[in-house]
Design a protein around this ligand. Sequence first.
Ligand SMILES: [Zn+2]
Length: 282
Amino acid sequence: MPPAHRLRAWFETLLAVARRTGTLTRSGPPAYNGGMRVALLRRSAPEPTHVTVIHAGTCYPVCVRRRAAARRITLRVSSATGEIVLTLPERTDLAAAQRFADSHGAWIAARVAKLPERVAFVPGAVVPLRGVPHRILHWSTAPGATVATTEPDGTPVIAVSGGLPHVARRVRDFLEAEARRDLSAAVARHAGALGRSPKRLTVRDTRSRWGSCSAAGHLNFSWRLIMAPPAVLDYLAAHEVAHLAEMNHSDRFWRVVAGLYPGYEEPEGWLKRHGTELHRYG
Ligand SMILES: [Zn+2]
């Protein structure tokens, strides 16, 4: 391989490692106010999407994102993806960003070290389903449906059949289908109580939000809610349905939520405390 290709392959590996790791904590990012440079010319060549920081012999790929609204350089480690992200103002030059990242090598290393282990959907892995830990059981290589059941000793399992290479995808498909089923039922119930009807319900792997409601009345949810205790999914359904009446987070909105889901503060609090843990799986 030519050196340039080898370097690229090495870098891709680093990126993959960074993507696999996750986090539980997301504390305040270090901030930087100096280093502003006024660009004399428009940048012509596309900027690299990453810079590399080396700390104590380990390389950390850092995603670089320019934001017009950014007032200073900030650095964070995503709890959802494990990505290290540096945001910089439109006119700050990349060298200042690199210096900032370099000077925070120890901070990055400490954050990354705190990321919890990711749990892949492989046989033997333990995955929560409706708040209950389930072990993934690859019980047959013959084709068949994926089911949640219990073993003779009472251990809850997600039993998957078919070829081993397809286990992860089948577990994911199963969880997504279960999420869609529970969310459809909960949305129908809350929408009925409110006297409104959503136009569409979609289930995706949303990273920044657990659910959303568009002005057109489209509801979207994260399939990961199926891993949380049932009250959490039910509350999120009530929350998004309440947006069909109030497209904001005003006091009026929260009164609608309380009408649909009395005591919503508890599942809301659970999501704040434990929500990021749900991103470790799969
Ligand atoms: Zn909302």
